[in-house]
Design a protein around this ligand. Structure first.
Ligand code: NAD
Length: 258
C-alpha cells in the first residue's frame, strides 16, 4: 500500500525535487502540494490538489506532510497538525531556538521528524566525528566552513550548526559559548576554546561542508559535497515512509531512522 504524502513548499527548489521523486515512487502517493504560490505553473500542472495551507486540503488519514519551506511556514504548519492524524517530516532550516523548542513540544502530540540534513553521508559523519575529536585531543583546533548557492536564506547552514554542535559536545563545550561565527579586524591569537563556523555564498552550490582539525604540524580536512538536491529529497521521502504509522512522543531524527 502506498503512503500518501503532501509536499509543503512544493514550488521551491527542494519542493520540486520532492514532487518529482514522489511521483515516481510506487511506495508513495502524492496527495497534494502546498505553497504560498498556488498559481505557480509548477503546481497547477500536477494531477493533485494544490493549496496555500495544508488545512485547505482533505488529506487521507495517515498522510505525511514533507516540509521544505521557511521557518515561519514550518511553525504555522506544525501548529496546525494537532488532532488531524497527519505526521510531518521537516527539512526546513534556520529555525530559532524558540521555534526549535516549540517544535519539540508539538512533537509530543504529533509525529514529527526533523533533520537539518537528510543525506546519509552527513549523518554518518555526525556519528564518527566525536571519536575523531576525542582521539586527536585538545591540541587540534576545530573549524567548519560551509558553501551554499546565492539564494540560500539562512546562515550558517543548519548542517554547519549541527556539525558544530556535534564537535562542541565531544569537547564538553556548547556552540552558544564557544562558537565563533564572524572574525574581522585585529582579532589576536585564536583562543583555544573556540569553534569557528564560517559561511561562503555564491553560484549554484548545492551544499559543501568541511570540518577542519588543525593540529601541530598537520591538519585533517573532511569534506562532504552534495552533488544534487536528490540526496536530501531521497532521505526525506525515506523518513516519510519510516514515520508513517509512528506514535508521537518525541521529535524523531535521522539516528532514530538509522
Ligand atoms: P526555496 O526558497 O526554493 O523554496 C521554499 C518554498 O517554500 C517556496 O516555494 C516558498 O514559496 C514556500 N513557502 C515559503 N513560505 C511559505 C508559506 N508561508 N506557506 C507556503 N509555502 C511557503 O528554498 P529551498 O532551497 O527549497 O529550501 C527550503 C528549506 O529547506 C530551507 O530552509 C533550506 O535550508 C532547507 N533545506 C534542507 C535540507 C535538508 O536536508 N534538511 C536540504 C536542502 C535545503
Amino acid at each position: 500500500m502506498s503512503i500518501p504524502v503532501i509536499i509543503h513548499g512544493a514550488a521551491g527548489r527542494m519542493g520540486q525535487t520532492l514532487v518529482n521523486l514522489a511521483l515516481h515512487d510506487p511506495g508513495l502517493a502524492l496527495a497534494g502540494v502546498v505553497d504560498r504560490h498556488t498559481d505557480s505553473e509548477k503546481l497547477t500542472a500536477l494531477d493533485c490538489p494544490v493549496a496555500g495551507e495544508v488545512g485547505e486540503l482533505s488529506p487521507p488519514s495517515g498522510a505525511v506532510v514533507v516540509d521544505f519551506s521557511a521557518p515561519e511556514a514550518t511553525m504555522h504548519l506544525a501548529e496546525s497538525l494537532a488532532g488531524t492524524g497527519l505526521a510531518a517530516v521537516v527539512g526546513t532550516t534556520g529555525l530559532s531556538d524558540e521555534q526549535s523548542a516549540r517544535l519539540r513540544t508539538i512533537a509530543r502530540d504529533v509525529p514529527i521528524f526533523w533533520a537539518p540534513n537528510m543525506s546519509v553521508g552527513v549523518n554518518v559523519l555526525l556519528q564518527v566525528l566525536p571519536d575523531l575529536v576525542r582521539k586527536l585531543g585538545e591540541d587540534y583546533d576545530l573549524e567548519i566552513t560551509e558553501i551554499h548557492h546565492n539564494k540560500k536564506a539562512d546562515a550558517p547552514s543548519g548542517t554547519a550548526i549541527k556539525l558544530a554542535d556535534c564537535l562542541a559536545r565531544a569537547r564538553g563545550w556548547t556552540v552558544s559559548e564557544q562558537g565563533a561565527f564572524c572574525r574581522q579586524g585585529i582579532i589576536g591569537p585564536r583562543p583555544k576554546k573556540e569553534l569557528g563556523v564560517m559561511t561562503v555564498r555564491g553560484g549554484d552550490v548545492v551544499g559543501d561542508h568541511t570540518v577542519y582539525f588543525l593540529g601541530p604540524g598537520e591538519r585533517i580536512e573532511i569534506t562532504h559535497r552534495a552533488h544534487s538536491r536528490e540526496t536530501f529529497a531521497q532521505g526525506a521521502l525515506r523518513a516519510a515512509k519510516w514515520l508513517s504509522g509512528k506514535q508521537p512522543g518525541q521529535l524523531y531524527s535521522m539516528p532514530d531512522m538509522f
